[in-house]
Write a protein that binds this ligand. Structure first.
Ligand code: HEM
Length: 214
């Protein structure tokens, strides 16, 4: 806070927001959502625990099934639910959709003028049954054999020059913490709480009980 190299308090505040919101809230909330889903689905929790135990302790943070649980929870509960936000740099035409036989549907081309603010809410895409069967359910195994469409639309860290700077850190942080916690503890739901949104999607009032495994 006292670093003299900042040019203004706005710059200082921007860095504080980066650290607290971008760097901490995102991964902390993603892990809470996953622990809640596993507590709600004991059969899924049992499976990930068994998959982790098959591996040597030093290999557990690269457990593929845990990766699928993390993906599935980030799909159901994308912390950056409003998705990427951009100012359009030039006039842009989004072409009308085509049917699978490549004939035009009755939709019209869509014109976005230069300077428009656009965003693509990932929560809408991730809960759309066009891309995900049974989209409201927590099904980690859907990622064992994902369709090309699923891979194309699932972009929790976004794409392009301004994609998430911390994605490798976030993923290894989540794998490393969750692999340890899920081997040592069993989770059950005390209070499912609700979901809130302020800058990130967040679990509110969630209470899960952790019982040390024998
Ligand atoms: C589960 C965890 C996380 C998720 C889902 C996530 C997701 C995202 C998304 C969707 C963006 C916007 C990209 C865009 O507009 O195209 C973003 C930006 C950013 N993230 Fe993350 N993030 C996570 C963790 C982290 C962590 C741990 C850090 C830092 C240690 C971090 C630092 C940043 C920064 C600095 C940006 C802005 C990049 C820029 O504008 O150039 N994020 N993140």
């Amino acid at each position: 806070m006292n670093n003299p190299h900042y040019n203004s308090d706005d710059e200082r505040a921007a860095d504080v927001i980066d650290i607290i919101i971008a760097g901490h809230e995102t991964s902390a909330n993603s892990m809470t959502f996953l622990l809640l889903e596993l507590a709600k689905h004991p059969e899924e929790q049992h499976r990930v625990n068994q998959e982790l135990l098959k591996l040597a302790p030093e290999d557990r943070n690269s457990c593929e099934h845990l990766r699928n649980c993390v993906r599935e929870s980030m799909r159901l509960w994308p912390v950056t639910a409003v998705g990427p936000i951009r100012v359009v740099g030039r006039d842009y035409v989004v072409p009308a959709c085509h049917d699978s036989d490549n004939t035009k549907t009755d939709q019209k081309d869509f014109f976005i003028p230069k300077g428009s603010l656009v965003f693509m809410p990932s929560i809408g895409v991730y809960h759309n049954e066009l891309y995900f069967d049974n989209p409201e359910s927590f099904v980690p195994s859907r990622w064992e054999n994902p369709s090309e469409e699923m891979k194309k639309v699932f972009l929790p860290f976004s794409l392009g020059k301004r994609n998430c700077l911390g994605q490798s850190l976030a993923l290894s942080e989540m794998q490393s913490i969750l692999s340890r916690v899920l081997v040592q503890y069993e989770f059950s739901v005390l209070d499912e709480g609700t979901t809130g949104y302020f800058l990130t999607l967040k679990p509110e009032g969630v209470l899960v009980k952790a019982t040390r495994r024998k």
